[in-house]
Design a protein around this ligand. Sequence first.
Ligand code: IPE
Ligand code: IPE
Ligand code: MG
Length: 246
Amino acid sequence: MSLIEQIDLAKVPNHIAVIMDGNGRWAKKRGLLRVLGHEKGAKAVQETIEAAGKTGVGYLTLYAFSTENWNRPKSEVDKLMNLLVSSLKKEFKTLHKNGIQLNVIGNIEDLPSKAQKELQEVIEKTKNNNKLTLTLALSYGSRDEIVKTVREIAHKVKNNIISLENIDDSIINEHLYTQNLPDVDLLIRTSGEQRISNFLLWQIAYAELYFTDILWPDFKKEDLYKAILNYQNRERRFGKTSEQLK
Ligand code: IPE
Ligand code: IPE
Ligand code: MG
């Protein structure tokens, strides 16, 4: 039986988030420039979106550029921003045809105006699609998001829009970039690193974590299926005992 046939379609994670890591090392191993790793990484993005679509995942969130990534050499940052624009242009039709809705999280105002414009266009054109919500995390940092959330809520308390007693999980959720997204069920990180790197700290509170040594440019549909199968063999207890779940 092929990997996809082994997946229990009734139990696919609703929300998968991916830390796409290892583009630079993939290129270095081949004696290529880092930017070529990013180009190949963009192909792995298409592959993953397609695979997610096949399994009926509702939400796919991809960490494409962190707040910390601004500290990379300018030439690499520029290349990543250009790659974002060209990928959106190139893939828009396929996304739309497959019922994918594009969403972004992060400090979008920090991106070059060309990228902002392209993103807004695709978001607008795909807003009525409902097969899969694809969220790109761009200039995203979880601490940054939390600071912004705290500020907004404090401002509302000060102006008597929210009372102090009413602050709870859902009020916080409503102020995060991810306000329209469910909690993450499965978090995947490629390249062998086992860290979170400031990604969705609040939203992964009960996510299942999956680490693979595969470098992002080598990530294929089957690798996503493997991660889903691994997830389906876990017992998510949410604090309860195993017996209580039966
Ligand atoms: C992930 O690959 C892509 C981004 C962070 C934009 P890296 O560029 O971090 O690749 P490594 O970690 O150097 O191999
Ligand atoms: C995390 O990868 C950010 C993205 C995948 C966009 P990094 O390669 O920047 O992470 P660290 O800095 O090595 O933890
Ligand atoms: Mg990296």
